[in-house]
Every structure is written in structure tokens, then in C-alpha cells.
Design a protein around this ligand. Structure first.
Ligand code: XIL
Length: 589
């Protein structure tokens, strides 16, 4: 099929439950039963009650019941803890296992964590996991190998219970040493799962339905000949060339310019996969100040992105802690007026420099944990920065950005989240022009399950300001969970009407702040998470050949965005975009 003419137009309308089975245990357990476990953690006393309960029909006859009320700040703030008496030799292999059920939970299941770690800073981990606790008794198994020696009496076994309101029962704990040479991989291991991970989870079907409703529209092409008569049987190819939704990544400016095979590959991925990018480090004030050549790097990379219709966002105008500010600015800390002026001047200068080139800016980054400037200048200063940025480039979309909002480890009322909500409210009330609410999305091993993510997005969606996932990475221990979770974050976000894009914080192991989380390995193999991402992107595209009916028209339902519409076997045709996703081809003689 030959396409003689095409034009780009805009569509304007727009269980893994446990998988565990018992293994033959060759030796006496080092720990057995719940007797050695005692309440521990900074919130154990205020937020938790512990009682012993009888259990029937299991291999153990009693369990500890822990009732957690409220929402502990950290999962380790409420624990059951048992010290390990004996020394751990390097290379020794163990199996930790226990039974758990949630008598009550705010969702279908509760959560429980297991961390076997050094009993003091730096809390070196021997093993760590986080598990669903469903209503019925469930066995959790965590085999592990000690990478280093630990002295007798320096290791704790911690059952972490500090998740929002739940009543858990735990029984039948055992820690056994496996024969030397046993590979931990040969022993059944409970997946670190999350609520809603199942393929048939209800939230997922609902999300897919919403995606079809809010991210797609009908597109009708009518073909007429030069006399205005409908042309039936005409093949037309309708192909999405750019999503309206932003799929993007952080990029490294220097690598974008490099002349290595890796850099070539890096650029190829950027070009084929993303419609939006953000400089990972190149525009940070302290780094610009330390090495002004970063300006040149940015200047030299911008045209490449522009030629490919890839939007570039700026990160970040102000990251308001001394550690992220240039020394010459920190030096002004005892002179608030001078500090105020220096910061304002930076905002204006940087936005002005890239006016029309950077489509978006993170104006304020991580205000919850970075308070040095707020302590000196007050919150009013934030309002000024937004206003100055707006004045310097009225077209640029201005964002506030923070972590721990979506990636909250399942919690919905952390101080971090409350602060963000309250700060956004304050800034909007003072007239700060905020065009986007950034949620970084650095997920560690504690994931936020999809239904909870949706609830968080609803909560922040009430501001009526678009939400952007600005720095996504899923860095769970288990590659299978990493893949499944990454896919689910995309489904959640693409399905939520308040979200306008998802940017990942890098994609290549060779340039990633958490190399394990990268989509591509150093040698450019796609990891499982990369495959999950790629297959979703393939699913969420539109490329169809349709044949016009007797009235000369054909309709498809496609993702919102820019399209190439091509018509086969015709020498000359003119494509006219009409209203409401309608297009007309007029065939010339
Ligand atoms: C990180 C970069 O990825 C690292 O290369 C750098 O060393 C430190 O900063 N939140 C942010 C980002 O807003 O700027 C941070 O980026 C990651 C956390």
C-alpha cells in the first residue's frame, strides 16, 4: 500500500498470594513461636494494643494480635521485635517464616513487613520484605543469605506492623538455619505483593474503562472526489504520532550530546519513546553555579528536542535547602534582604533565559523537607517565586513538586501529604500561579497500592490543577513486582482525569540514580519492568487502516493527540480538519 499524501493534524475533541509451601526443615529453629517477640517502635505504645489470642485449625495454637489505630508515620514505628541471640556467619543461609492474617483492615487485606537487621544505625539489612495480610491465615516465607558476619546479639527480627488502622494476628514464627550451601533461590519465597496486583483486580477493569472514556475520542475521515461525491472503499491510515498525555523521562544533557554508541542508543530511546523530557541535573542552581558549562549543554540540546517536537521542562528553580543552593547564596543567610533578592533574581534570570524554550518549570521542589529558605524568608517568598516566574515567561507552566505524596507506602494521611495539601491551598489563596501539582513518585520497596493511589489523586485533584507524576521510579527488590508495579502506576495515572502525564526519572542503568530501577540494562537489554512499560505503550497507541463506507466516511476511536492521516493510491488530496474530530479528504483530479 502506498501513501501518496499525509498530513499531521490535531484531534481536538477530545495472586500472587503466597506461592509458598512448606519445606523440610533440617535443623532446630533458632527462633520458634511468638514468645520472644515484644512490642517495639516509637508509636507502639500510643497507637497499638497487643494481646494473645487462641488459634484453631493451624499448626500453632496461639498468636499475637496487634491492633493498630490511626496511621503510624513509618512502618517500623510499630513492631514486634525479637533479638537474635547467636552470631551470623558470612554466607549462612536462613529461612524466616510466619503465619499472618488481618482480622480487620481498611482494605481487603492488611500489610505486614519483615526486616532482619542490625539493631543500630546503619540498620544493615540481612533480609527485608513487605507482604499482604489477607483475612485468612497465610504463610509468609523469606529465605535469605547473610552477605557479611554479624556478632551475637546485634541482630533483631522485626515484624513491622505500622500501617494504617488494622488488626493483625501473627503466629508460628520460625527462623531456621539451612544447611550450608543451600541457595536461598531454591526455597519458596513469598512475593512482596501489593493489594490490587492480581490481573483481575476490580480497580484495573475500572481504570481501563476510564482510559477508553477519557483518553480517547472518535475520529471520522470523509473522502470526497473533486465533484464532492463520497468516495467509498478508500483505504485510509490513521496513526497517532504524539500523545496529548505526557509520557516522558529525565535526561542527562551531557549524555545527549556525547558521541558514543551508548549516547546514540540513549538518544534513540528518547526520540522514540518520550514526548516530554526534563533535565535531571543540568538546571539545578548549585550545579549551574559550580559548572556554568551546564548552560551550554542545555543550549546545545534544546534544538534537538525542538526538532523532534519533544517538550522540555525545567527542573528546578528553587530547591529551598542550603545543601541545594550555591555557597554564595548560603553565605547570605544572615542577611534576609540580600538572600531574598538573590533568590528572586535567580528565578527571573533563569526563566527569562529559557523563555519560550522550556515549556514548564518546577518552581519549588520538596518544600516539606527543605525549609532553610522558608525559615528565613517565610512562605510568602514562595508566592513571589511563582509570580516572578510567571512574569518572566507567561507561557511556561509552573509546578510545585514533592516526594512522598503518591509514593507514601500506602498511607493517606502522612504529615508530608497534609503539608503539601495545606501549602498548595495557601499558595493558591495568595494568588500564586500554580499550573501543575508535581508528585515525584520514587517508589521504594513499600509501594502504594493502586486503589490507594487513586484515592490520593482524587484528594489532590480537588484543586482543579493538573497533576503530573514528575520523577517515577519503581525500585522494589523483586524484579517481578517492579515490573507489575510500574505497569500499574501507569494504568492508575493514565486512567485518572486529573493526571496529565507521567515522567520517569531516567531509563538507562548507565545513567540512573537508582540503577536497579532502570528500564534498560547497561548493555541495553530491556528488563522486565522495561518490557512491562513497552508493552503498555504499544497497547496505548493508535495505528489503523480503515476503509470508507458507502457514505465515503470511516470512523475510528483513537487516543487523544496528533495524528498522521494518510490516504492510499491517490496522487493529490487535501486534508481539511473539521470540528469535533472530523476530517475531510478532497481528492483532486
Ligand atoms: C537527583 C538526581 O537524580 C541525582 O543524579 C543527583 O545526584 C541528586 O538529585 N528529587 C528531585 C531530583 O527533585 O532532583 C533528585 O534528583 C531526586 C529526588
Amino acid at each position: 500500500m502506498r501513501f501518496v499524501r499525509w498530513m499531521t493534524v490535531m484531534v481536538v475533541t477530545a495472586a500472587i498470594a503466597t506461592g509458598s509451601h512448606a519445606v523440610e526443615l533440617p535443623e532446630q529453629p533458632i527462633l520458634s513461636g511468638m514468645e520472644a517477640f515484644k512490642p517495639s517502635g516509637s508509636a507502639a505504645e500510643q497507637m497499638a494494643q497487643f494481646t494473645e489470642v487462641n488459634v484453631a485449625g493451624q499448626t500453632f495454637t496461639s498468636a499475637i494480635q496487634a491492633r493498630i489505630s490511626g496511621s503510624p508515620a513509618n512502618r517500623w514505628d510499630v513492631m514486634l521485635q525479637a533479638p537474635l541471640g547467636e552470631a551470623v556467619p558470612p554466607g549462612a543461609t536462613y529461612l524466616a517464616r510466619f503465619w499472618v492474617r488481618a482480622a480487620e483492615a481498611m482494605a481487603e487485606s492488611g500489610m505486614v513487613g519483615l526486616a532482619i537487621e542490625l539493631n543500630r544505625d546503619p540498620w544493615t539489612k540481612l533480609a527485608e520484605g513487605q507482604y499482604n495480610a489477607p483475612r485468612e491465615w497465610t504463610l509468609v516465607q523469606l529465605p535469605f543469605q547473610a552477605k557479611q558476619a554479624f556478632d551475637a546479639g546485634t541482630v533483631n527480627v522485626n515484624l513491622r506492623l505500622g500501617y494504617p488502622s488494622q488488626t493483625l494476628e501473627i503466629g508460628g514464627f520460625e527462623l531456621v538455619r539451612l544447611p550450608d550451601g543451600t541457595s536461598p533461590q531454591s526455597v519458596a519465597r513469598t512475593a512482596n505483593t501489593y493489594r490490587g496486583m492480581e490481573a483481575d483486580a476490580p480497580w484495573r477493569a475500572e481504570a481501563m474503562e476510564r482510559i477508553d472514556r477519557i483518553r480517547k475520542a472518535n475520529l471520522t475521515v470523509s473522502v470526497r472526489d473533486s465533484a464532492g461525491k463520497p468516495v467509498a472503499g478508500q483505504a485510509v491510515r490513521v496513526r497517532l504520532t504524539r500523545h496529548q498525555f505526557r509520557f516522558g523521562s529525565a535526561v542527562d544533557g551531557r549524555l545527549m550530546l556525547a558521541e558514543t554508541a551508548d549516547a546514540e542508543q540513549y538518544r534513540a530511546v528518547v526520540e522514540s519513546s518520550f514526548n516530554t523530557v526534563v533535565y535531571e541535573n543540568d538546571l539545578k542552581w548549585n550545579l549551574l553555579e559550580a559548572d556554568p558549562r551546564r548552560y551550554d549543554i542545555v543550549d546545545q540540546t534544546l534544538p534537538w528536542f525542538a526538532e523532534r517536537n519533544i517538550d522540555v521542562r525545567g527542573h528546578v528553580l528553587i530547591w529551598p535547602a542550603f545543601r541545594w543552593l550555591p555557597p554564595k547564596v548560603v553565605a547570605l543567610k544572615d542577611d534576609p534582604a540580600a538572600l531574598w533578592a538573590a533568590v528572586n533574581e535567580h528565578v527571573t534570570a533563569l526563566v527569562t533565559r529559557y523563555r519560550g524554550k522550556l515549556k514548564e518549570w518546577d518552581v519549588l521542589n520538596e518544600p516539606f523537607t527543605n525549609r532553610d529558605l522558608e525559615n528565613i524568608l517565610g512562605r510568602e517568598a514562595f508566592v513571589d517565586w511563582f509570580k516572578l516566574a510567571r512574569a518572566a515567561d507567561p507561557e511556561a507552566k509552573l509546578f510545585i513538586n514533592d516526594f512522598g505524596i503518591l509514593a507514601s507506602g500506602n498511607r493517606i494521611d502522612t504529615e508530608h501529604q497534609k503539608h503539601y495539601e495545606e501549602l498548595i491551598e495557601f499558595l493558591l489563596s495568595k494568588g500564586a500561579p500554580i499550573d501543575g501539582i508535581g508528585m515525584q513518585g520514587h517508589f521504594g520497596s513499600a509501594v502504594t497500592d493502586p486503589p490507594t493511589m487513586l484515592a490520593i489523586l482524587d484528594r489532590f485533584g480537588r484543586f482543579g490543577v493538573p497533576i503530573r507524576i514528575t520523577e517515577l521510579d519503581a525500585n522494589m527488590l523483586d524484579p517481578a513486582i517492579r515490573a507489575s508495579f510500574l505497569r500499574d502506576v501507569f494504568i492508575v495515572c493514565f486512567s485518572h482525569p486529573s493526571v496529565d502525564g507521567v515522567l520517569q526519572w531516567g531509563f538507562w542503568e548507565g545513567r540512573h540514580w537508582l540503577p536497579d530501577a532502570a528500564l534498560y540494562t547497561r548493555t541495553w537489554d530491556l528488563r522486565r519492568n522495561g518490557q512491562a512499560w513497552k508493552s503498555l505503550m504499544a497497547e496505548w497507541t493508535t495505528d489503523q487502516i480503515v476503509v470508507t463506507g458507502p457514505d465515503g466516511s470511516a470512523t475510528i476511536r483513537g487516543f487523544l493527540g496528533d495524528y498522521a492521516i494518510e490516504i492510499a493510491g491517490v496522487q493529490q488530496a487535501t486534508l481539511l480538519p473539521l470540528a469535533g474530530g472530523q476530517f475531510e479528504f478532497i481528492l483532486d483530479e
